[in-house]
Design a protein around this ligand. Structure first.
Ligand code: PEP
Ligand code: MG
Length: 856
């Protein structure tokens, strides 16, 4: 039988610029060699050759000039797709041993031979590594360091063991060993686990593998030999600082494995670690200097910072590979900016190097990755960052604890507007129910509070004040817990934290993003504090001010409740007249902070019952405080109760049926705009947004009243004011009727939280109960409340965009649902031709960077 010929063995230099044929590692090694780095000689099998081998073709004979012992390394098309681990010392056999003894000494050569047999036996013949460890440790028991005689005995025993188990002698030619090693690596690559893993990292189903056959260099042996790894920057900070490890008489990644204590790379590192072993810098200053030089050369020609695994054989340095340095989110920013400073990459490439989502980690404290995590509950990662505090089961308790200067974690079944003051006072929030756009999630993101929602396995007994974990552990008020809102975890106790590190590099990168991006980024900001925070993050304006949140500040809720409980129009007007100056003050503050940037104010949206306390006792207390008959208050609350409040009397429906509320808000907005404009000497142009519109007549009715109030205020002030009225598109019908709506709107802003809820018929407050299952089973590729459903909701957005712009080409289009801070959704918004996205203040930097990336 003749085997198919194999042709694809190439000198390493052919791999330069041909990663799609030879894989990324081979490509990089070729470039390193071309730059003059001391890379051991190699040849490469390309993807097609490896595929042919997988189908039974012969393994080609290696180039004899590489020597009798080889290292075999995998080379996938992309580093993130992994690949089989290297097999070292391939070809080492009895016949080769004397020459190796000559080269690196007897001890080193025997140690290498023992490793060769073990690696081949385990990786190629599938024997148990423990059996070889036992052979080794049986000898080690006799003394600490193995003598030559011990090593020889280990080699002999290993060969014998191999022959007994495999029923064949250990192969004694390079060709035989290479054939076995190549096939083992090829099989590993095609194995199911490896395939699933790499496909989850984005590899195509037919991803190829290249194989590098590299001359083996030996760090084993006495004298100036060893192996280690080096990088020129610190992985945590990204700043220039040489770090790494070096282990004498070692091979492969021994220095990272920790069997013996390795040497630090620099004296500074050694001193900081209080280590007594001399650093590589002191031991071998030439090798250290060469590593630093080579790392710098690679950086300037390949445009990144690399970790260099290296071997020193008898005083000669060899560099075996270069992998991009692992980096924390803040290090990624620092490195990208520094590389631009060094002229190694352009600003555009720097912008693409940073994952927008990771920026959030640079803005919040996080749990030290080395800390022990005692997780007692998991839920949805609703708002990132981590915080430790004492459990509080009510907003009042959180406020009381806060007043004592202590950190509170507010734990609730779910939150409602009543909880907002407690959330302000807390450092983190945990809810048992709720999805990514539940009240707790939205508010926490706005406040920048770490938050986990929908931790449904936890049992919360509010009456007894007990939070019980699935493992039976119970936590009470005052117990210390930690919320990791990035991972969606609740942890017992207080693991070590890493602080947020704002840096000059962050500001620099963000400045570049602003120069590049064409999509506006506004903030969802409800209060002056939110607006100030958003300005710190250099926002382009406010895209959504949810006015209802203002009614929970201080004791305004009392006046709001008076308004709701009023038994007639006159009484209601008295309460509204008291609310007017409060709202006016808020708006004036917002306009003042935003200094002429656009501010979109949404008229009242939630159903009124949300402003009343829940429970008979609380209602009775309210009645007493307001001097009203208890039965009346309870009856009124009952009156407001709806079967499905999110689809009930809320949004513009309130505005139509109780127009005095919107009248008051419109007047507050116009008066504030006049005042703020006069104070600043530049006119303020407020944007008024009407929520939950589904019919054009709703818009007409509200717009007519708002226009007449604008006219009234203009008459009182003796001056007209420009303003813009727009619609929040958050019902499917609103999207379908966008052409009608656009005729009398200056802007449409898509409220994709409600629009997602209504398009799917999926409650945003309850979706958390099954979303994990749905995503795990692939029903939804992602939580549609988190990342925009481009296929369904996206189609409605495109349709509304086209219909709206067909009647008004200058129609401003924005998106203000939670998707406004999600990079994938932002990509969609850019492609759809929106003018801006609006998101919570802490996500503004993410949106700015993502908006820049879609423009590049
Ligand atoms: C929305 O529905 O997308 C929105 C922004 O409004 P809210 O979350 O306040 O309902
Ligand atoms: Mg909404």
């Amino acid at each position: 039988m003749t085997e198919p010929p194999v042709t694809g063995i190439a000198p390493l230099r052919d791999a330069a610029g041909a990663a799609e044929q030879f894989g990324a590692r081979a490509e990089r090694l070729a470039r390193m060699a071309a730059l003059g780095l001391p890379v051991p000689g190699a040849t490469v099998l390309d993807f097609d050759t490896v595929r042919a081998i997988a189908e039974g073709a012969r393994v080609p004979a290696p180039d004899p000039s590489l020597g009798p012992v080889l290292a075999l390394r995998g080379s996938a098309g992309d580093r993130r797709w992994g690949g089989p681990q290297a097999i070292l010392n391939v070809g080492l056999c009895d016949a080769v041993l004397p020459a190796l003894v000559e080269r690196i000494g007897r001890r080193g050569a025997l140690a290498a031979y023992a490793r060769a047999i073990r690696a081949y036996a385990v990786r190629v013949s599938g024997l148990d590594p423990e059996d070889f460890d036992n052979i080794h440790y049986d000898r080690m028991k006799l003394c600490d360091t193995l003598s030559e005689a011990d090593l020889l005995a280990i080699v002999e025993e290993s060969k014998r063991f191999y022959a007994d188990e495999v029923e064949m002698p250990f192969p004694q030619t390079l060709e035989q060993q290479l054939d076995g090693a190549v096939r083992a690596m090829v099989d590993e690559w095609h194995g199911l686990t490896a395939r699933i893993l790499r496909e989850s990292s984005g590899a195509p189903a037919d991803a190829g593998l290249g194989l590098i056959l590299q001359r083996m260099v030996f760090g084993l042996g006495q004298g100036r030999s060893g192996a280690g790894f080096f990088q020129a920057v610190d992985s945590t900070t990204g700043r220039a600082a040489a770090t790494g490890r070096f282990l004498p008489d070692a091979q492969g990644n021994d220095a990272a494995r920790g069997a013996r204590t390795p040497h630090m790379i620099t004296e500074a590192e050694r001193a900081a670690a209080g280590q007594t072993l001399p650093s590589l810098q002191a031991l071998d200053p030439d090798a250290f200097a060469a590593l630093a030089r080579h790392a710098a050369a690679l950086t300037s020609s390949l445009g990144d910072v690399f970790e260099l695994p290296f071997t020193v054989e008898a005083g000669t340095l060899h560099i075996l590979d270069a992998t991009p340095v692992r980096r924390s989110p803040s290090a990624a920013v620092q490195i990208a900016v520094d590389l631009v400073g060094q002229g190694a990459i352009t600003r555009e490439i720097a912008l693409l190097r940073v994952e927008p989502r990771n920026l959030i980690e640079t803005l919040h404290p996080r749990i030290d990755p080395n800390a022990r995590r005692d997780i007692f509950g998991t839920g949805l990662p609703a708002s990132p960052g981590a915080a430790t505090g004492k459990i509080c089961f009510s907003p009042e308790a959180a406020m009381a604890l806060h007043a004592q200067g202590e950190d509170a974690i507010l734990v609730r079944v779910e939150t409602s507007p009543e909880d907002i003051r407690g959330m302000h006072a807390a450092v983190g929030v945990l809810t048992v129910r709720g999805g990514m756009t539940s009240h707790a999630a939205v508010i926490a993101r706005g406040l920048g509070l770490p938050c986990v929602v929908g931790a449904g396995e936890l049992h919360l007994d509010l009456r007894r004040g007990r939070l019980t974990a699935p493992d039976g552990r119970a936590f009470g008020a005052g117990d210390s817990i930690t919320i990791d809102g990035t991972a969606g975890e609740a942890l017992a106790g207080a693991p070590a934290m890493l602080p947020a590190v704002p840096s000059a590099a962050f500001d620099t990168l963000m400045g570049w993003a602003d120069e590049v991006r064409a999509l506006g980024v506004r903030a969802n900001a409800d209060t002056p504090a939110d607006a100030a925070l958003a300005r710190r993050f250099k926002v382009d304006g406010i895209g959504l001010c949810r006015t209802e949140h203002m009614f929970f500040e201080g004791d305004r809720i009392d006046v709001m409740r008076e308004m709701i409980l009023a038994s007639n129009g006159a009484e209601r007007q008295v309460a509204l007249d008291r609310l007017l100056p409060m709202q006016r003050g808020d708006f004036e503050a917002l306009f003042g902070i935003m200094e002429g940037l656009p501010v979109t104010i949404r008229l009242l949206d939630p159903p009124l019952h949300e402003f009343l306390p829940h429970g008979q006792e609380e209602l009775a207390a309210l009645a007493r405080a307001m001097n009203l008959p208890v039965e009346d208050v309870i009856a009124r609350a009952e009156d407001l109760r709806e079967f499905n409040p999110m689809l009930g009397k809320r949004g513009v429906r309130l505005g139509i049926t109780m127009p005095e509320i919107y009248d008051m808000q419109a007047r507050a907005i116009f008066e504030a705009a006049h005042n703020a404009g006069e104070a600043a000497g530049v006119p303020v142009i407020p944007e008024i947004m009407i929520p939950l519109v589904s019919a054009n007549r709703e818009l007409e009715l509200v717009k007519a009243r708002v226009d007449s109030i604008a006219a009234a205020v203009a008459a009182e002030r003796g001056r007209r004011l420009d303003y813009r009225i727009g619609v929040m598109v958050e019902t499917p019908r609103g999207a379908l009727r966008a052409a009608d709506l656009a005729r009398s709107s200056a802007f449409l802003s898509f409220g994709t939280n409600d629009l997602t809820q209504m398009t799917y018929g999926l409650s945003r407050d309850d979706a958390g109960r099954f979303m994990r299952d749905y995503v795990a089973k692939g029903v939804f590729p992602e939580d549609p409340f988190h990342s925009l459903d481009v296929e369904g909701v996206g189609e409605l957005l495109l349709l509304a965009t086209n219909r709206g712009r067909s009647v008004r080409s200058d129609l401003t289009l924005g998106l203000c649902g939670e998707h406004g801070g999600d990079p994938e959704s932002i990509r969609f918004c850019k492609i759809a031709g929106f003018d801006y996205v609006s998101c919570s203040p802490f996500r503004v930097p993410i949106a700015r960077l993502a908006a820049a990336q879609v423009t590049i």
